[in-house]
Design a protein around this ligand. Sequence first.
Ligand code: SF4
Ligand code: SF4
Length: 254
Amino acid sequence: MRSMRLCANPIHRLIQRSIFKMKAYFQAILEGIQSIRKGMALTWKHAWAARKQRSIQNIQDPDYFNQQAGIVTLQYPQQQMIPPVNGRYQLHNEMDDCIVCDKCVKVCPVDCIEIDPIKATGLVGTTSDGSPIRLYAAKFDIDMSKCCFCGLCTTVCPTECLTMTSEYDFSVFDVKEHNFEFANLTPEQAAEKRALYEQFVAEKDALKEAAKEAVKTEAPAESNEAANPTPASKPAFKPSFKPSFKPKPKPDAE
Ligand code: SF4
Ligand code: SF4
């Protein structure tokens, strides 16, 4: 507060004090009005600009930051943001192109991919890039509630069947619904394929055993033959080649 010179007369002093207080009071009101005017100018500026909506653009659009005025809030879900092309959102596996190689499972840092492979007895098919498929997937689950969207699984996938889509809104009421299943075998088909492979392995083992037995039974006979060689076991007669030199006929003397 500014200092003031007060009169010696008490009545004058009282009047002087009152005038000073009134001045300070109206000064404060004036400052308040100026402050409100400044603030409201900014508010009215934005309110005026909000008469129109900014166009929805991809953040990678070169004009994205040139839109300085307009409403920025989207009326979701009627209006939706355009996700960038390299955005990482919900995973999708194109099972027809999956060779069930397990690489995505191994690279995932949070173990959110689960695969149950079943070996096939032969070639199951080929992918769109010509890679042979030799395994079935009885289970191919991706738990998106655990996924940290690092994208490593899509990077290692040799057939590029595992991709991150532009689907960013997959909110659910039950977190278990974030487990996405991609396996294309029913439990019955999986059991059938498993049984087929087990039968195939059993038949192969039986054939191997039979071959081993055959070798064992042949081996003593051969050792007997080696101990008591029979004429039949003698080496067959080999004709020897003896070149004959015939003198060349002399040309007739003329
Ligand atoms: S994006 Fe990362 S965390 Fe998600 S499934 Fe793939 S590897 Fe796992
Ligand atoms: S890396 Fe690709 S091909 Fe291999 S199992 Fe995963 S999704 Fe299938």
